[in-house]
Design a protein around this ligand. Structure first.
Ligand SMILES: [Fe+2]
Length: 386
């Protein structure tokens, strides 16, 4: 801000000579606001008007200019007001003392008007320039304060965001770990009991486990052909392996039968589906397997057992095992050439009655994969002739 563009600057004139004050008012009054005092003490009161410059006489009766200047410089509210001493004489000692008290300049009386105006104008301009710098500095300080505040807020926000992300990540990680542990535990339990039940089949009769493994291989092949999900394929594999686990409780005559069963034995045989489900029900992880096992002798036309389910009501997994069971039994009975062809032909004859025709293609593919070209199967049939 320049003096020209600002309100008229105020000058405090302090001199015990009224004629000096009169001359100064004459010289400066046109472009400046003038307040004046003839004593030092009164000047210290008038300074509350915050003049932009003080013209201060040194030699005054009550309180000399040095003392007035000293008090002004001791007050933080007034110490920045430039003081120009007015003196009737000038020597080096006086100059040194005046500057030591805080004066910015000296004007010797009687003064030259142009010199006086030049010095006053110069110091007012310096004063304005200093104020402008102070104002800019203040604005800069405020700007920096705002920047620092924003940086602190941003840092705090980022820190909180990071903490929130870390908390969420930890939460998800813990849940994932719990889920993994549950899955691991579940898999361990499943594997343990599958091994246990498989061993039971093997101990009951080697033919039982051989039959189960054969049916599991064919059923798994069909599940692959049907492009079932991995979890569903795994269930089919396990259920196929254990589908006859109920037979471990059956009599030797039923468990290892060949040919046609008597009526009472057949009823005992049919019960192996329910017994198998009961075994699986004991293990929570295998209950779905139990449901599949229960229905592995249901026929598509509703003539099977134990619930006489028909069509799509029969679980798909159970239907697949039923087909695989049928294929494996034919495989153990058929001998000679063209075994695949004869099995495929016989299977085709019961599609729509025993089995869902939609499973025919998957069954054919499983037959192609399961039966080697040169295989000469040996009879190990255990299924009742119906
Ligand atoms: Fe069975």
């Amino acid at each position: 801000m320049s003096p020209e563009s600002s309100p008229r600057p105020t000058i405090l004139i302090v001199d015990d000579g009224p004629e000096i004050i009169e001359v100064l008012v004459e010289l400066l009054g046109e472009n400046h606001e003038i307040i004046f005092s003839t004593t030092g003490r009164q000047a210290l009161r008038l300074v509350a008007a915050a003049p932009d410059l003080i013209l201060l006489d040194i030699n005054m009766p009550d309180m000399d200019g040095y003392a007035v200047c000293r008090e002004l410089k001791a007050n933080k509210d007034f110490r920045d007001i430039p003081v120009i001493f007015l003196t009737s004489y000038s020597d080096n000692e006086e100059l040194i003392k005046g500057f030591a008290e805080g004066a910015v300049d000296f004007i010797t009386k009687p003064f030259l008007p142009n010199e006086l105006l030049a010095r006053v104008t110069t110091h007012l301009q310096l004063r304005m320039a200093k104020r402008e710098v102070e104002l800019k500095n203040s604005e800069l300080d405020e700007a920096w304060r705002l920047v620092r505040h924003q940086k602190e807020e941003l840092a705090e926000w980022n820190a909180n965001l990071k903490n929130r992300v870390l908390q969420q990540t930890a939460l998800i990680r813990n849940k994932a770990e719990e889920a993994r542990q549950r899955t691991d535990r579940s898999q361990t339990v499943t594997e343990t009991f599958v091994n246990l039940f498989t061993k039971m089949l093997e101990l009951r009769h080697t033919q039982l486990i051989k039959h189960s493994r054969g049916v599991a291989t064919i059923a798994t092949s069909m599940a692959m052909a049907l492009k079932l999900q991995q979890a569903q394929r795994k269930n089919i594999e396990i259920a196929a392996l254990l589908h006859d686990i109920g037979l471990v409780c059956a009599s030797d005559r039923v468990a290892m039968f060949h040919g046609v069963l008597a009526r009472d034995d057949y009823e005992e045989y049919m019960n192996h589906t329910i017994t198998g489900e009961d075994f699986m029900y004991m293990v929570e992880e295998l209950r779905e397997i139990g449901r599949i096992i229960r229905h592995h002798h249901e026929n598509f036309n509703g003539t099977g057992y134990p619930d006489k389910f028909s069509g799509k009501k029969i679980p798909l997994e159970s239907q697949i095992i039923h087909v695989a069971n049928y294929i494996y039994d034919l495989f153990t009975k058929e001998t000679g050439l063209d075994v695949k062809y004869r099995i495929t032909s016989k299977l085709a004859m019961v599609m729509g009655t025993l089995f869902d025709p939609e499973l025919a293609a998957a069954a054919d593919r499983a037959i192609q994969e399961f039966i080697p070209e040169t295989e000469k199967p040996q009879s190990d049939s255990k299924e009742p002739q119906k």
